[in-house]
Design a protein around this ligand. Structure first.
Ligand code: IPM
Ligand code: MN
Length: 364
């Protein structure tokens, strides 16, 4: 029997369309080879261009579809010149979808692939393989659009709730349990809370709840780090980490830092997961400067599609896709530039990757 999944596609802005097309192309190959599921797509408009044309970052039809679909594949959004009168960027979907639909877990795997030059020098690719679980619905960013500005001062408020801290901690422990591989350093399953509990009450509150939740997971090692020390550790000893859980803004910052250590954000997918709904995206922006110039690296978007398959329960297909991306880089088939772009753009990656997928599928 074939299971059908209904997927909303939001191509977004800039390089969005080309990398989303690439991901869908690759998904089709996986689907054809597995034959056990089919994906039905419904395209919708969202992002900065949508804001420019309609006055909203996402259309009402897209919002409606988003709430009923099995999942959503989203491209990067945003254009530098599309702004609100207060100077903030318009057309971003983070606040719109994550908070509105309570997609509280932002899951960002940071993995170094073979033959990808990172700024850390010649590190064994197997040494960086951890996941950042960023709390997605509260923390400092809950103040998005709600801060107070006067002529003399401005303020934003950081909010932590007991429910929010507990569910994100629990999510991180379950992820550590289910992730096959432990920390590269010692194979241990380990969740590290990153906070600033030495300075702020809100983080001390989070830490207490995290440590209490940890008692339900005696099989998982627990650690805590202050965010400044964590930033250093992600550069100096990334192999120590398996799963990191942290507040919204800290997760935003640390995931870009982590992305830089594995050759750039073009390598990094992300998932936004709630109890019912979810969407999958690259963690980078829409890079309008290279759009349409055959330079974009679609790896992040393809890996996001892989995460989506896993979330839908198509674990074998997801593993095939992920293993194929690893193999693709191991065979050094992608002409990466020093800035992380791909010479020839998405079509080169798709062509090479499809060949690898066919070979790996044949062996399974
Ligand atoms: C991200 C982005 C968004 C965020 C922006 C574009 C609103 O930086 O997904 O990491 O802050 O979460
Ligand atoms: Mn970010």
């Amino acid at each position: 029997m074939t299971t059908s999944y209904w997927i909303v596609v939001l191509p977004g802005d800039g390089i969005g369309r080309e990398i989303v097309d690439a991901a869908l192309d690759v998904l089709e190959t996986v689907q054809t080879l597995y034959g056990r599921f089919s994906l039905i797509y419904e395209y919708h408009q969202a992002g900065a261009q949508c804001f420019r044309e309609t006055g909203a970052a996402i259309t009402p039809e897209a919002l409606k579809a988003f709430q009923r679909t099995d999942s959503t594949l989203k491209g990067p959004v945003g254009l530098p010149d599309v702004r609100r009168p207060d100077g903030t960027e318009a057309g971003l979907l983070g606040g719109e979808l994550r908070v509105r639909f309570d997609l509280y877990a932002n899951v960002r795997p940071i993995r170094l692939f073979p033959n990808v030059d990172g700024p850390l020098g010649n590190r064994d690719p197997d040494r960086i393989d951890y996941v950042i679980v960023r709390e997605n619905c509260e923390g400092l960013y809950l103040s998005r659009g709600k801060g107070i500005t006067t002529a003399q001062a401005a303020t934003d408020t950081l909010l932590m709730t007991a429910q929010g801290c507990e569910r994100i901690s629990r999510f991180a422990f379950n992820l550590a349990r289910n992730k096959k591989r432990g920390a590269p350093q010692d194979g241990r399953k380990r969740v590290t809370l990153v906070d600033k509990s030495n300075v702020l009450k809100s983080f001390a509150f989070f830490r207490n709840i995290f440590l209490k939740t940890a008692q339900d997971f005696p099989d998982i090692e627990t650690g805590c780090l202050y965010v400044d020390a964590a930033a250093a550790a992600l550069v100096n000893r990334p192999e120590h980490f398996q799963v990191i859980v942290t507040e919204n803004m800290f997760g935003d910052i640390l995931s870009d830092l982590g992305g830089a250590t594995v050759g750039g954000l073009g390598m990094c997918p992300g998932a936004n997961i709630g109890d019912k709904l979810s969407y999958f995206e690259p963690i980078h922006g829409s890079a309008p400067d290279i759009a349409g110039r055959n330079l974009a690296n679609p790896t992040s978007q393809i890996l996001a599609a892989g995460m989506m398959l896993r979330h839908l329960g198509e674990t074998e297909a997801a593993a095939l896709l992920e293993d194929s991306v690893w193999e693709l880089y191991a065979q050094n088939r992608i002409p990466l530039t020093s800035t992380g772009a791909v010479e020839g753009g998405p079509s080169v990656v798709v062509k090479e990757l499809k060949q690898v997928i066919k070979v790996l599928a044949g062996r399974r």
